[in-house]
Design a protein around this ligand. Structure first.
Ligand SMILES: Nc1ncnc2c1ncn2[C@@H]1O[C@H](COP(=O)(O)OP(=O)(O)O)[C@@H](O)[C@H]1O
Ligand SMILES: [Mg+2]
Length: 266
């Protein structure tokens, strides 16, 4: 099977925040399973895309969700004209052919689904396909990477301790203001001052976290606002569409966010 469709051929822009590139390089060298922790929209997916490009490895991404079953990851028998044929799932494909498999938002998946990764993430490095009676030894290039947002953690929705402990982790957070402005400016091709204003708005929104807001505005949201502005939408309207309205339905919180936009725009 060819994984050409999963190869990243042009460099995904990633602005390092610390020594995470060197750390991931070292982890990949020993095929250590990695966990990327941090709030939504802070660069985890972009980082793994950048690393896959750097390491010249195909990247197979799975967005995890509640209804996902082990079969969605490992594969299933499907009925077709010739009878039943086995179809590898995305995890089995990555294990067999050698790729980085990125399970995005792993806590969304049920715990009975996540346990399929256990034999892959210890010294065995195998994936059992129970329904097919096959054990796939992981290709030497295979690596498992997961993302995890600690903010959404709850007792019913958390990784099992025995799953967590298989991974080395990198903490991601929103970048320092000047770095975040650099990222927003570069991603949306807008002037540095506008980017700085957007970052100031985000900072204020992040102070509202815990005061009714689950998360403040993410880097992703700032990039969206900046892109709207690049198309001629004024700041207040761009911020409304890209961050205020998506973040909350609460009238008072929206007002507080709009005040933050006004204060920073002045
Ligand atoms: N360090 C970074 N370097 C480059 N772009 C970044 C960085 N951090 C965030 N971004 C921007 O923010 C967006 C959202 O980041 P993403 O990686 O999708 O977040 P998540 O942590 O939710 O996976 C990216 O598409 C990119 O535009
Ligand atoms: Mg992501």
């Amino acid at each position: 099977m060819t994984l050409d469709a999963y190869r990243i051929t042009t460099e995904p822009y990633y602005r390092p925040l610390g020594d995470e590139i060197a750390l991931f390089d070292a982890a990949y060298a020993t095929r250590m399973p990695m966990m990327l922790k941090g709030p939504t929209g802070c660069g985890k997916t972009r980082f793994v895309e950048h690393m896959a490009w750097r390491l010249k490895q195909p990247l197979i991404t799975v967005a995890c969700h509640e209804d996902m079953t082990a079969s969605d990851l490992v594969g299933r028998w499907l009925l077709d004209a010739d009878g039943t044929t086995w179809h590898d799932g995305p995890l089995a494909t990555a294990v067999r052919a050698g790729a980085i498999c990125y399970l995005d938002e792993i806590v969304e998946a049920r715990q009975d689904t996540t346990v399929v990764i256990h034999p892959l993430t210890d010294d065995r490095r195998i994936l059992p396909l129970e329904k097919r009676g096959e054990l796939i030894p992981a290709h030497p290039d295979f690596q498992l990477v997961i993302s995890y947002n600690p903010g959404y953690q709850s007792v019913i929705k958390d990784l099992k301790e025995s799953t967590k402990q298989r991974f080395a982790a990198i903490d991601f957070r929103y970048p320092a203001p000047d770095v975040e402005a650099e990222i927003v400016g570069r991603e949306a091709r807008i002037a540095a001052e506008i980017a700085m204003t957007l970052v100031a708005i985000a900072e204020r929104s992040r102070h509202l976290k815990g005061h009714g807001l689950d998360e403040g505005a993410s880097t992703r949201m700032l990039v969206n606002a900046a892109r709207l502005m690049g198309r001629g939408i004024p700041l207040s309207q761009a911020c409304d569409a890209a961050l205020v309205v998506p973040l909350t339905d609460d009238a008072q919180l929206r007002e507080a966010l709009r005040d933050a936009v006004l204060a920073c725009a002045a």
